[in-house]
Write a new protein. Structure first.
Length: 163
């Protein structure tokens, strides 16, 4: 048995090989049509905007969403920031308590720490040796959240319990 000359790349959460169909669909925008979809004063911008609009519609149809509900970000960290801070702001009138786990990725923990500086309470749950949350701990954190303001606190976690 011979070992590969290059190490295997296993961090596909950070980046991953691109499907050849995606490369084929994107290639014109990397070579012949390198427009900025936000530039609406020239042909390349119009073509890029049309491509983004089409991609947004295809993704929305695939997941039964509306095209305006689809947001494109530069990556997971930006998406996590947008989601966590956006939910916190959207539910501000309902409370300032978030629940996460201590083992979360820094792209999740950093927005939580930022929100703490703005006065949010963040509960950082521990996990067991298998990476699982104790559901009693989660329920206690949720109850504490509800009891603080009569049940109107925003909760950014959901657990579907399957017995």
């Amino acid at each position: 048995m011979t070992l590969p000359t290059a190490p295997l790349y296993l961090d596909c959460q950070a980046t991953t090989p691109v499907d050849p169909r995606v490369v084929a669909a994107m290639l014109p925008y990397f070579t012949d049509q390198p427009g900025n979809p936000s530039s609406q004063s020239h042909l390349y911008g119009w073509q890029a905007a049309a491509a983004v609009k089409q991609a947004r519609a295809r993704i929305a149809a695939a997941i039964n969403a509306q095209p305006q509900e689809i947001l494109f970000t530069s990556g997971a960290s930006e998406a996590n920031n947008l989601a966590i801070k956006g939910v916190a702001e959207a539910y501000l009138a309902k409370g300032r308590h978030l629940i996460t786990v201590q083992t979360e990725h820094p792209a999740v923990l950093e927005p939580c720490r930022y929100l703490e500086k703005l006065g949010f309470e963040v509960t950082y749950l521990t996990v067991d040796s298998h990476g699982l949350v104790n559901l009693a701990d989660l329920a206690a954190a949720q109850r504490r959240s509800r009891s603080a303001d009569g049940g109107n606190r925003a909760r950014c976690s959901r657990v579907d319990r399957r017995d």
